[in-house]
Design a protein around this ligand. Structure first.
Ligand SMILES: [Zn+2]
Length: 570
């Protein structure tokens, strides 16, 4: 860690990651990232500002003065003397810079920490500056970026330093209430009181590759519990796998990624007016064998959520993790723009071959996926962004770990959350709409289905096994359950059906994606201008009506048919 630093003045230095001898100027040209091993060496706060902000836009400011030595602290030297030395060594007044400026053309307020200044420790002055930046962001309604690098609270300021955690967190809460985006950029290292306050509480937490983040440091843990810690413990990669980070972004890509996130939090540009391609009359759809529909819906070549995103969602930034246990690859969630309109997108993710399917848990999510979806939908509600969900799942993942982590509760919580989102919500069943695992993403103002999609309370095979004691009776079960798009439209479960190109969406992803874009865009156009309260009221009324006698005689007929059939076969 000590070798590769910006303040090295010699021509050569040694990379702290791979011990390669590097030419100093080349290393600096690479923003202190080793061209051989990718190790990210620390940046000073001024270098970080220069690296992230658009040229010539960054303006620093100094907030109100703070008490420099609340305890009169002395160890081997008086604390004020240490501060004087740190100032002389770094050319900074304190361990953080407050900055206003633009990143990729978008206004942002930032607080940028500098580890060289007493280990980036969080004392009163640092806490004051972080808070001042948050307050400036609130006043300007501009997103807040916090660049973190810290060993933790500053011991020499005792319990006054500890209170800075509460002060900064409260400032972030005010931004939550005001709907202002907060982004934390975790750099190596970020520990203790900074990790346990603003660094991890931001809406979006980005880390540089290899950056370490944690509450207790590795040495403290090893000495306390006397256990060997896993490889890569507390590194960004470890934390991403455990659901604690949204994304890891290499330094050269940070500006673009942060710029996209800032763009998603802004109003967006002009939007083309779309005519809805939806079919809303069930008799306009072909009658067909529901089992045939099930088989079409399961075709491996059908566009996945990521295929749709690639074709029709611009500047998508995928966000990861449930902030509790993990990051479920069966659900993709993030922010982007659809027809110029900032949106949050959440979708289940399958794959086109065996390997891709396995890597994505066959599109069947566990609680971590549903909680990631909830986190992104909550962020959308905070920012006032519409939510678009794409559903293609055989169901929620059936497994021991999923049950241990509360699969049922995660689904229930998502249904509850979606019933209360104060923003427009459009759901599209793009393939299989499998039971509660699908509904957990489908409590929407407009529910749409692709022509070859199905939506069902249980898989046809599952139903056949239970009611006919024979999975081979699946075609019969599919017919009885009325799972195809025509039936769904007739039952009022979906509001419209998206036509598919050729003999199915798998034959032309681009055309399928454009149809989806037009349908969703037109649906969102129709929902614009409604306030949160009226959206929630009509969404709840929609789901209140299912099964109420006046609204849906057809459902009654459907379930009676199943019962009669079973009695006949018994
Ligand atoms: Zn290296």
């Amino acid at each position: 860690m000590t070798a590769a630093r910006t303040d090295d003045t010699g021509d050569w230095l040694v990379c702290a990651g791979c011990r390669t001898l590097l030419y100093a100027r080349r290393f600096r040209r690479h923003r202190q990232v080793c061209p051989d091993c990718g190790h990210h060496a620390p940046l000073t706060a001024p270098d970080r500002v220069a690296d992230l902000f658009d040229e010539g836009t960054a303006r620093t400011w100094e907030p109100t003065a703070t008490d420099v030595d609340p305890l009169g602290f002395v160890d081997s030297r008086p604390y004020p003397q240490r501060v004087v030395e740190a100032r002389a060594r770094t050319g900074l007044d304190e361990g953080v810079l407050c900055v206003r400026g633009t990143i990729a053309g978008r206004s942002v307020v930032a607080a940028v920490m500098d580890f060289r200044f007493l280990g980036g420790s969080l004392g009163a002055a640092v806490g004051e500056r972080i808070t001042a930046a948050a307050e400036a962001a609130l006043a300007q309604r501009a997103p807040l970026l916090l660049v973190c690098a810290s060993g933790g609270a500053r011991m020499q300021e005792g319990v006054v330093a500890l209170m800075q955690m509460a002060k900064t967190v409260a400032a972030l809460q005010a931004l939550d209430e005001a709907g202002v985006l907060t982004i934390s950029l975790v750099t190596d290292p970020t520990y203790g009181g900074v990790a346990a306050s603003f660094a991890t509480l931001a809406d979006v937490v980005i880390a540089e590759p290899g950056a370490r983040l944690g509450f207790a440091g590795r040495r403290v843990i090893e000495q306390t519990i006397r256990e060997e810690l896993p490889e890569g413990f507390q590194t960004a990669e470890f934390l991403l796998a455990h659901g604690m980070l949204d994304l890891i972004v290499p330094r050269p890509e940070l500006r673009t990624t942060i710029g996209r996130l800032l763009g998603a939090a802004s109003g967006g540009g002009p939007r083309p007016l779309r005519t809805s391609p939806l079919v809303t009359d069930p008799t306009a759809l072909p009658e067909r064998d529901p089992w045939e529909a099930v088989r079409l819906a399961r075709r491996l070549g059908r566009p996945t959520t990521l295929d749709y995103l690639t074709h029709v969602v611009e500047d998508f930034v995928e966000l990861h993790g449930d902030r509790r246990h993990g990051d479920d690859p069966a659900i993709v969630a993030g922010l982007g723009r659809l027809d110029g309109r900032p949106v949050a997108v959440v979708g289940t993710q399958k794959g086109h071959d065996a390997a891709a399917l396995a890597a994505r848990g066959y599109g069947m999510s566990g609680p971590a996926g549903y909680r990631k979806a909830a986190r992104v939908m909550t962020l959308a509600a905070k920012l006032g962004l519409p939510v678009v969900t794409l559903i293609d799942t055989a169901g929620a993942y059936p497994g021991v770990a999923a049950e241990e982590q509360g699969q049922a509760l995660a689904i229930a919580e998502n249904i509850g959350l979606m019933a209360s989102l104060p923003v427009p919500v459009v759901a599209v069943v793009t393939g299989e709409g499998g039971s509660g695992g699908a509904l957990a993403l489908a409590v929407a103002d407009r529910v749409l289905a692709c022509a070859n999609a199905v939506y069902s309370v249980i898989s046809a095979e599952g139903c056949a096994s239970i009611l006919w004691k024979d999975a081979a009776q699946a075609p019969r079960a599919a017919a009885a359950l009325q799972v195809d798009a025509r039936a769904l439209l007739r039952l009022g479960i979906v509001d419209g059906v998206l036509p598919e190109p050729g003999d199915g969406a798998d034959s032309d992803h681009l055309v399928a994606a454009r149809t989806l874009r037009d349908a969703v865009s037109a649906a969102l156009q129709g929902l614009e201008g409604h306030d949160g309260g009226s959206l929630v009221a009509s969404r709840r009324a929609r789901f209140r009506a299912y099964g109420a006698e006046t609204a849906l005689g057809a459902v009654e007929t459907g379930s009676t048919a199943v019962i009669t059939d079973v009695r006949e076969s018994a």
